[in-house]
Write a protein that binds this ligand. Sequence first.
Ligand SMILES: *[C@@H]1O[C@H](CO)[C@@H](O)[C@H](O)[C@H]1NC(C)=O
Ligand SMILES: *[C@@H]1O[C@H](CO)[C@@H](O)[C@H](O)[C@H]1NC(C)=O
Ligand SMILES: *[C@@H]1O[C@H](CO)[C@@H](O)[C@H](O)[C@H]1NC(C)=O
Length: 360
Amino acid sequence: MLYSTFWSPGSIRLLFAVKAFLTVLLFTSFLRAFQPARPVESRSRPPPITTYINPQTTTYGQITCLAPPSPALISRSESMRRTCRRRSPFSKAIKRSSPRVGVASILIDNTPQPHLQAALRTHQLHGLIQSTPLHILRNKLISGHWNKEAFLLSILYAETLKPASTRLEWIFWTDSDTVILDPCRPLSTFLPPGPRMVGNETNLVISRDAVGLNDSVFFLRVCSWSIDFLTAILAYRYFRPDDHLWSGEQAAMEILAAEPLFQSYVQYVPQYWFNAFPLGEVGDYLARDKEQAGAMEGYKARRGDFLVHFEGHREKARALTEWTSAFEGLGSVWERRGNGTGVQRDVTREAKRFWKERGY
Ligand SMILES: *[C@@H]1O[C@H](CO)[C@@H](O)[C@H](O)[C@H]1NC(C)=O
Ligand SMILES: *[C@@H]1O[C@H](CO)[C@@H](O)[C@H](O)[C@H]1NC(C)=O
Ligand SMILES: *[C@@H]1O[C@H](CO)[C@@H](O)[C@H](O)[C@H]1NC(C)=O
């Protein structure tokens, strides 16, 4: 009786199954013990190519020394977001966060460059406030500055494969030596509102400086035109090897943007909208009064401008460090009282008028 309750046919089968399993386990571990050790690199997992640093920031490549936003940055973004909604004229746009714009940049620093990482944090802060995703290339794809076009293409491909209702509508490209001056301002300020009534759509929004087209900061629409345009830029050297490209890919972009196939889709906008250059030190920017600011050349950064760009700056590392650390303790330009306050230029209405005049 005892036998039949304890050792029923079912439990005997189970016993045999367990025994067989243990035998196989013993046998395989025995085999493994006599195998030559595999080299370390094949056993460790390869480093990830795409790293989500937070919902806003994705890095591409294997250089990983990019700190995720610190708790301090996140809490600053939360309080700044409240200020932006209360004090800046952008509260509606921040709530809607439309159209969907992503930010793309490149930061290849095999030895960390703290001033560029600090500049990038101003974009991270802006991204956290505006809920815009940030894509950062961390490894070289191809030679020289042509990485920009190659990386943008990879983002365009990935976005184009998504359903139209979730993909990005625009990509905002910024070189890594730029600092956001007004994180309250949504990127939609600079973009054509809605579809165009007549003529070809605007797919590239870019500015000229004293030299010509400056492709350090620009907006590109997520569409097949942009894929064609970037592909043409990348192919330029091979199909027109005799042309002199005085500034590499930037010259290729400028030449192609002026050709009949592309021209009507390109819109040049005033440089100070999103590509202002600094005049003097950050202390000057903060201390200047409206009259002094008004006397500067148009493309020089003043309070209320969105971004300042340190291209060609003779002491770039020092300047970027000073400008970024000056803003770390400051509130939004829309709420500051006392010295260093007061918006000296606000392009919102100008931009609205600009697009209206062009059929939007
Ligand atoms: C629209 O673009 C095409 C090239 O894609 C060009 O041939 C045409 O002239 C453009 N139309 C206008 C109104 O500019
Ligand atoms: C953008 O403009 C600045 C100032 O004119 C110039 O120094 C720089 O070379 C331009 N950008 C590029 C990528 O050439
Ligand atoms: C404001 O700045 C000016 C010039 O830099 C300075 O003379 C003045 O004392 C400052 N005022 C305050 C309240 O900080």
